[in-house]
Design a binder for this molecule. Structure first.
Ligand SMILES: Nc1nc2c(c(=O)[nH]1)N[C@H]1C(S)=C(S)[C@@H](COP(=O)(O)O)O[C@H]1N2
Ligand SMILES: [Mo]
Length: 301
């Protein structure tokens, strides 16, 4: 849509401009984002979502490398050095190697994506991420036809990650996706929040975001990506296979063995913090349900 910022608007120009202003008014309701130049793609931008505050998103975290309390990541994640950073990309790829963070970003399009985020512990936030589609990176390095899964690892550096001085989980933190999940356009490699460089407690400098899966699939501070033909081992499944499956799609109909997944608590709002119904695939059902056609989601949870 072309805009002419002159007084000679013809009738033909008037409609698009009105539509643009309506969009601006909508965006203005999304606090702070209009001024941050938050555009979002039509596919990913859900204008009914209101993002949580930067404060909520950066002070209530799960990042066990820094401790298990929700405020440990904010207290201790500044101890991690994130420059320089590199990611080893190996396995069934045409161009394996150690890619610097800058080389990873080369050719990628950074977009704004406001996504729902639902932790398996039954709390949720709405987070305005910045990042690129994982599919674009996989295409850049070239995926061999035999590849069926993507495995991810977080760095191990107990000197800077005090939670790793204890065996809370079997370090490194590991996660994985099926290749079609990894290639889905909603799957993001996030490099920022609210247009700012990724805060350390949220997984600097780069982390995965898979909005239709429980939050633990969205692995932080990634240093290795491996293309493989075997379903990769994942940290929470290794820790407790009865409670945490490989798929871990958000599903209000399959309860955690120790609590209901039918509703969640929205972070923020203070006294008005509310419980909300949890949606199938966290609200992304029309985008991703076809990935799981014919699968029993109570068995493959
Ligand atoms: N490396 C690593 N990644 C991780 C975790 C972790 O402990 N270590 N926690 C997971 C869990 S349980 C959640 S809910 C999200 C939290 O992301 P946030 O703190 O940015 O909201 O990160 C996920 N990624
Ligand atoms: Mo989580």
């Amino acid at each position: 849509m072309a805009h002419r910022w002159t007084n000679d608007l013809t009738q033909a120009d008037a409609t698009p401009k009105a539509a643009f202003l309506n969009r601006r008014q909508l965006m203005a309701g999304v606090a702070g984002l209009a001024s941050a130049g938050f555009a979002g793609s039509a596919r990913a931008m859900d204008e009914t979502l209101v993002p949580n505050s930067f404060e909520d998103i950066t002070s209530y975290n799960n990042f066990y490398e820094f401790g298990t309390a929700k405020d440990d990541p904010k207290k201790y994640a500044h101890e991690l050095t994130t420059q320089p950073w590199s990611i080893k990309i190996d396995g069934l790829v045409d161009n394996p190697g150690d890619y610097s963070f800058e080389e990873v970003l080369d050719g990628m399009t950074i977009e704004d994506r406001l996504y729902r985020f639902r932790c398996v512990e039954a709390w949720a936030m709405n987070i305005p991420w910045n990042g690129f589609e994982l599919a674009d990176l996989l295409q850049k390095v070239g995926v061999k036809p035999e590849a069926k899964y993507v495995a991810f690892e977080t760095l191990v550096r107990p000197e800077e990650m005090r939670g790793q001085r204890r065996p809370t989980l079997a370090w490194p933190y590991r996660e994985g996706l099926r290749l079609d999940e990894a290639m889905h356009p909603l799957t993001l490699m996030a490099t920022g929040i609210y247009g700012e460089t990724m805060p350390n407690q949220n997984g600097a400098p780069i982390r995965l975001v898979v909005p239709w899966k429980y939050g633990f699939k969205s692995i932080k501070s990634i240093v290795r990506i491996t293309l493989t033909d075997q379903e990769p081992a994942t940290s929470w499944n290794l820790a407790n296979a009865r409670e945490y499956g490989f798929y871990s799609n958000v599903n209000p109909n399959v309860d955690h063995p120790r609590w209901s997944q039918a509703t969640h608590r929205m972070i923020g709002g203070g006294l008005f913090a509310s419980r909300e119904p949890t949606l199938m695939f966290n609200g992304y059902e029309k985008d991703v349900a076809s990935l799981y056609e014919g699968m029993d989601l109570t068995k493959h949870f």
